[in-house]
Design a protein around this ligand. Structure first.
Ligand SMILES: C[S@@+](CC[C@H](N)C(=O)[O-])C[C@H]1O[C@@H](n2cnc3c(N)ncnc32)[C@H](O)[C@@H]1O
Length: 435
């Protein structure tokens, strides 16, 4: 594809994103599915520019004077982004938008005027309101400020960066050094992650999913933060462990490895289709001992009451900690969604508590950075469940992970700005009784 044709493709994708209430990832992959002739190099270039435009959505709307309501999205934003980011000038844009081949149509007179007025300006300026400058919905600013105080700007900016590709080496089949060597043998460069003893960070984007190391189950894709959250469950061989929001099994796989394939590991979820997606992953990882169960209601699972040494709640949440991976998600989240997540979190905490045996632990995890889904939920739970108390995350960290605990309270909060991971919150709740 010519550079102009790639820009036209981005204009089309970005235009479709505005109309679609679904995740950008789906819209982008549908666009490619309908255009099989677009090769992988062009796809990479189109996706990179599309996501760059998305990451600047509020600032572009501000520059284009469309701050009120949802701006029309597509051509004007793509061209404005190319100009404001310094990748093009008005003159080079005029050359690219010449209506020839598969490139963008000729600039209209109005577009020319707008682009001339933007030339030389910066994408971010102090004149923009804080929430525009940090690409954050205004209604969430008080929550982020409450979470991070003076560090809020650095945290919000870090959430706008691209996330790395992290892998967890699967200790059911290999160790980290051998996994690194297997990847290197296939030309995939990676290095150990700074915090997780099992993590590998891949440099550059390689066709990982078709590699022998991935297909053979030596590695699984998992953010370093997610690996650390799973390690803090402190699951061990021979234990009875329940992952009650298992979804497609990301953390179940990590628990299975921590248990060395020995003991009882239950992967449960309310969503059977999600749980089905765990099957192939479990098989690939050699984690055949995991039982799966669709649970419409944890309260109805009487046969599981007080059975488990560890219960992991990887709770449904706003996903604010994972905004680096889905930059459009911030604009789809509504106050009603957040209220729904909070209700589900409190309900899941209360019901899952019944599964923990005396002396056992429940580990509450979110990939949210909002105190309403994290500390507030744990506090409310503890008020109503005096048989549970907070176990300091630092104690488990030092024993299971090693190195300095990256926090200063009973919980663990990981953030892209501080640890370079996705945002995660972990609280360990100990049920009273013999250890
Ligand atoms: C954050 S995702 C889990 C991700 C998964 N643990 C992983 O590591 O890949 C949250 C999961 O909670 C499930 N869920 C939503 N509401 C629930 C509820 N009331 N009880 C149990 N699971 C629920 C969702 O279906 C979803 O799979």
């Amino acid at each position: 594809m010519t550079p102009a044709a790639r820009i036209q493709a981005v204009i089309e994708v970005v235009g479709q994103l505005d109309q679609a209430a679904r995740p950008a990832e789906q819209t982008v992959s549908d666009y490619y599915r309908q255009r099989r002739y677009i090769g992988s190099k062009d796809r990479r270039a189109i996706s990179a520019l599309t996501y760059a435009v998305l990451r600047h959505r509020a600032r572009l709307a501000w520059h284009l004077g469309q701050c009120k309501g949802r701006p029309p999205w597509g051509r004007s934003e793509t061209l404005a982004f190319l100009l404001l980011s310094g990748q093009e000038t008005v003159e080079t844009l005029e050359g690219l938008c010449n209506g020839e081949g598969y490139g963008p149509a000729v600039l209209t007179q109005d577009e020319g005027v707008v682009l001339q007025s933007l030339q030389g300006q910066a994408l971010s300026t102090d004149a923009q309101p804080e929430e525009v400058r940090h690409e954050t919905p205004g209604w969430l600013m008080p929550s982020f400020t409450r979470a991070f105080g003076p560090a809020v700007e650095a945290e919000l900016d870090a959430l706008l960066q691209e996330a790395p590709l992290d892998l967890r080496c699967n200790t059911l089949k290999t160790d980290r050094a051998a996994a690194l060597a297997a990847l290197a043998a296939e030309g995939i460069e990676a290095e150990p992650t700074p915090l997780s003893p099992l993590g590998l960070r891949v440099s550059g984007r390689r066709a990982l999913r078709s590699s022998r190391a991935y297909v053979g189950g030596l590695v699984e894709i998992q953010d370093e933060g997610s690996q650390l959250a799973a390690l803090l469950c402190d699951a061990a061989p021979g234990m009875a462990v329940a992952d009650v929001c298992a979804g497609a099994g990301g953390k179940t796989l990590a628990l299975a490895a921590a248990m060395a394939g020995q003991g009882c590991l239950l992967a449960a979820d309310v969503d059977g289709a999600r749980l089905d997606r765990a099957v192939a992953r479990l098989r690939r990882a050699g984690a055949d001992f995991v039982e799966r169960r669709v649970l419409a209601d944890l309260a109805g699972a009487e046969d599981l009451a007080a059975c488990f040494d560890r219960v992991l709640i990887d709770a449904p949440c706003s996903g604010t900690g994972a905004w680096r991976r889905q930059p459009d998600a911030r604009w789809r989240l509504t106050p009603a969604d957040l209220a729904r997540y909070r209700a589900a979190q409190q309900e899941t905490l209360s019901k899952a508590a019944a599964l923990v045996r005396p002396g056992g632990r429940m580990v509450y995890v979110t990939c949210s950075l909002l105190p309403e889904e994290n500390e507030d939920q744990v506090e409310a739970f503890l008020q109503n469940h005096p048989q549970f108390s907070l176990h300091p995350a630092a104690e488990t960290w030092e024993r299971v992970i090693g190195g300095a605990f990256p926090g200063d309270g009973p919980f663990l909060t990981l953030t892209p700005a501080r640890q370079g991971t996705d945002g995660f919150f972990v609280a360990i709740l100990q049920r009273e009784g013999p250890a």
